[in-house]
Design a protein around this ligand. Structure first.
Ligand code: HEC
Length: 146
């Protein structure tokens, strides 16, 4: 019995957490771009935990996290291309008034993350790269997110 019930309980718990995080978001395009940002954040947290010494420094894990951030940053302009809105979205309409600049800020993050993923050797590289990645997130959020 337990063997059958447990996965169902775990699955519904995960679903509940996921739904709570984006409660009320009905627009699937908006959900998709929010999900991409969430995965970006999770990967940034992996790097952050390593930089703070809360997680063991591991070059391969750091490379993978940075590469994932770069991959999602490259996808960001396509995810935002359609001017989709939702009551729960934090995106500002100015994104679509200056989409070239928005794209440039996505590519700046991609470049910072990619550079880290291919050049990281030491913890100092990690900290410097994470600083540049964090600055790239902020540069965009400051202008384009509520
Ligand atoms: C080119 C612009 C841009 C860059 C670069 C960017 N973001 Fe975002 N981010 C946004 C916008 C716009 C939203 C709001 C999306 C919405 O609510 O529709 C957002 C939303 C988010 C959210 C909230 C998602 C949710 O669940 O609602 C998180 C977390 C986030 N970003 C993390 C990051 C992190 C971490 C980085 C850097 C590694 C980053 N972002 C880089 C534009 C950007």
């Amino acid at each position: 019995m337990t063997r059958i019930i447990l996965p169902v309980v775990v699955a519904s718990l995960c679903l509940a957490t996921w739904a709570a995080a984006h409660s009320g978001v009905k627009n699937l395009n908006v959900l998709e771009r929010m999900e991409a940002m969430k995965v970006t954040q999770e990967n940034t947290k992996v790097l952050g935990a390593m930089a703070k010494g809360e997680r063991a420094f591991d070059i391969e894990e750091a490379q993978a996290a940075a590469a994932e951030i770069a991959r999602l940053a490259r996808k960001t302009p396509a995810l935002f291309e359609a001017q989709e809105m939702d009551a729960n979205s934090e995106a500002l309409p100015v994104i679509w008034e200056q989409f070239d600049d928005f794209t440039g800020k996505s590519l700046a993050l991609q470049a910072a993350a990619k550079t880290l993923s291919i050049s990281i050797e030491t913890e100092a590289d990690l900290r410097a790269g994470l600083g540049r990645i964090g600055a790239a997130c902020k540069a965009c959020h400051k202008v384009y997110r509520k």
